[in-house]
Design a protein around this ligand. Structure first.
Ligand code: FAD
Ligand code: NAP
Length: 534
């Protein structure tokens, strides 16, 4: 069965993960590898999310690959938090440098993947009707790549235009002179709202849950910092990979509950002025102690109340119902101040829920808001959405959709029982979205590559994990989550709560990237404990 569509490995997705997986399998192991990508270019998240204000929240010198020293040295970021076009340029630069495009099929959406036991091959079908076969299937479909458009009645009758931020038109959207409604105040809405308000006639923000946000204090990088980041690249990488969150800073070894109130205030004020996610690293107990967390929550709520001139808006924005950072905290540029503009109004969907979309706009239980454009900043069917859309069938025709009906179960977020030779980069059960993702992705890609190299060195054809290994890992995932405040937020996407009907299971591994890394290394050193080769 040798034809051009029979390969050693198929990788689905050409974002950070799929691109590095291609480099590793093709250039390191010499495997015939093809990447299948639904978009027309590389970049994944940064190909799709072109909404105004889109930029990363990880600091630029950490939001990049570190596997190639040459790449680290030659690329130069312009800002502390670069915008989407710059990140996309970076990923295109990587694709050029490593000559990736010749092995990527763009505009190619995978519809199904079935394991053919007789031939020990994955059979992958694309939307365009192509069939490809390979010994290994590696999903690099992203944790945040399946747009979640709420099933609000009436959207099909809306007379204006509507867009989801995760599938933004490449030509942009003209907001001039328009009345715009933005639904959603997560990281995306918080980035987009100030930019849209600069351009539109009027913006109405529909907020269901008030959110913490920290100032980004974004700025162009100084020449000194650029030189520092290059000269200290090894040190920065060491920090990113030996701490819990993959960011280029350590979490302070002190507890808020043991620190005097005036000192806490000074520490938070300094972190607020500095800006960025480092605020979360000010105390080690912020995510494990409600008392500690309250100190941060109250500090930020006080800031919000002070920043907003209209007391009614201030109350709606500061009335936050969950612990700080128990949902992914956004960072922003002028988000709260935007509500002081005359052309921005705020609707609390908690007080008056959205009922339907009517031709003229959005109807809540209170009134109709006339709109020309609706922007859905409503997030993603996270972590499992894109994986399940692959319609994966494993041994004996078992379906991943059925196996995961009560929530995902994996071994280390990397393998699934009943699905031989399938690897899932940043799968549920791995630290992924709780970290700065590039180092988490690099760790997965390198571990998968080592495992495949081990198989080839020992002439092994098949690798699969077991139900028992997955059950044990799930216990560890649950234990790690329950040791934190994270599962307390009942409406968080970490638990799948943003998608109606999705099982409520805390999906990422909260045990920290460095700890997880050492578990993965031990598993490999122990002959890939929990996995069976044949
Ligand atoms: P993705 O970049 O999501 O790529 C997956 C690719 O798979 C996509 O191109 C998609 O088209 C393709 N695909 C999916 N299904 C199929 C299919 N059936 N057939 C073919 N192709 C398919 N993380 C951070 O650490 N720091 C940040 O600052 C940060 N900022 C973010 C900002 C936004 C707006 C969003 C949405 C996410 C952000 N993230 C951030 C998370 C971000 O997703 C990761 O950092 C990273 O880009 C993920 O890379 P990936 O390759 O795993 O997945
Ligand atoms: P999100 O965090 O899931 O936020 C979605 C928002 O839409 C929430 O405010 C949610 O309210 C609201 N919403 C969802 N469904 C709704 C409905 N039916 N009616 C009314 N409101 C609804 O999504 P996101 O902002 O796109 O961010 C997702 C993740 O992507 C982030 O957490 C982050 O990991 C990543 N991201 C990162 C960056 C960055 O780093 N620069 C930028 C953007 C995104 P509820 O809270 O009530 O559910």
């Amino acid at each position: 069965m040798q034809n051009t569509n029979t390969l050693d490995a198929i990788v689905i997705g050409a974002g950070f993960a799929g691109m590095y997986q291609l480099i590793s399998l093709r250039d390191k192991l010499g495997l015939r590898t093809r990447v299948l990508e639904a978009g027309s270019g590389v970049g994944g998240t940064w190909y799709w999310n072109r909404y105004p204000g889109a930029r990363c929240d990880s600091e630029s010198h950490s939001y990049m690959y570190y596997f190639s020293k040459e790449l680290v040295q030659e690329w130069e970021w312009s800002e502390r938090y670069p915008q989407q076009p710059e990140i996309l340029r970076y990923l295109n630069h990587v694709a050029d440098k490593f000559d990736l495009r010749r092995d990527i099929s763009f505009d190619t959406r995978v519809n199904s993947a079935n394991f053919d036991e007789a031939n020990n091959q994955w059979v992958v079908q694309t939307e365009g009707g192509e069939t490809l076969r390979a010994q290994f299937l590696i999903t690099a479909v992203g944790c945040l790549s399946s747009a979640n458009v709420p099933n609000t009645p009436g959207l099909d009758r809306f007379a204006g235009q509507w867009f989801h931020t995760g599938a933004w038109p490449h030509e942009g959207v003209d907001f001039k002179g328009k009345h715009v409604g933005v639904i959603g105040t997560g990281s995306t809405g918080i980035q987009a709202i100030p930019m849209i308000a600069n351009e539109a006639d009027h913006v109405t923000v529909f907020q269901r849950t008030a959110n913490y946000s920290l100032p980004a204090n974004n700025a162009p990088l100084t020449e000194d910092f650029k030189q520092y980041a290059k000269a200290h690249a090894d040190e920065i990488y060491e920090i990113m990979t030996t701490n819990g969150n993959g960011h280029p800073f350590h979490i302070e070894k002190r507890k808020a509950v043991e620190t005097p109130a005036d000192e806490i205030e000074q520490i938070y004020e300094a972190a607020w002025q500095k800006g960025g996610l480092q605020f979360r690293a000010t105390f080690e107990d912020l995510l494990v102690s409600n008392d500690a967390n309250k100190t941060a929550a109250e500090f930020i709520q006080k800031k919000i109340r002070k920043l907003i001139k209209d007391p009614v808006k201030a109350e709606i924005l500061a009335d936050i119902d969950h612990p700080f950072a128990a949902k992914r905290p956004p960072i922003d540029s002028n988000y709260f101040d935007t509500f002081n503009r005359d052309n921005v109004s705020l609707v609390s969907l908690r007080d008056a829920p959205m009922q339907e979309i009517v031709p003229a706009g959005i109807k809540t239980t209170e009134k109709v808001y006339p709109l020309d454009i609706i922007v859905f900043a409503t997030g993603f069917d996270a972590m499992t959405g894109s994986l399940l859309k692959l319609n994966i069938e494993g041994l004996g025709g078992r379906k991943l959709k059925d196996d995961w009906h009560a929530g995902p179960r994996t071994y280390l977020g990397l393998q699934i029982s009943g699905y031989p030779n399938l690897f899932t980069i940043t799968g549920p059960g791995s630290p992924s979205v709780l970290c700065n993702l590039p180092p988490a992705i690099e760790q997965h890609v390198e571990w998968i590559t080592d495992c495949i190299e081990h198989m080839r060195a020992h002439q092994l054809q098949t690798v699969q994990t077991s139900d028992q290994a997955c059950d044990q890992w799930q216990q560890e995932v649950d234990r790690a989550a329950n040791a934190t405040l994270l599962p307390q937020v009942k409406h968080s996407w970490y638990l799948g709560a943003n998608v109606p009907g999705k099982p409520r299971v805390f999906m990422p591994y909260a045990g920290g990237l460095s700890h997880y890394r050492s578990i993965c290394n031990d598993v490999a050193a122990d002959g890939y404990r929990g996995m069976r080769f044949s």
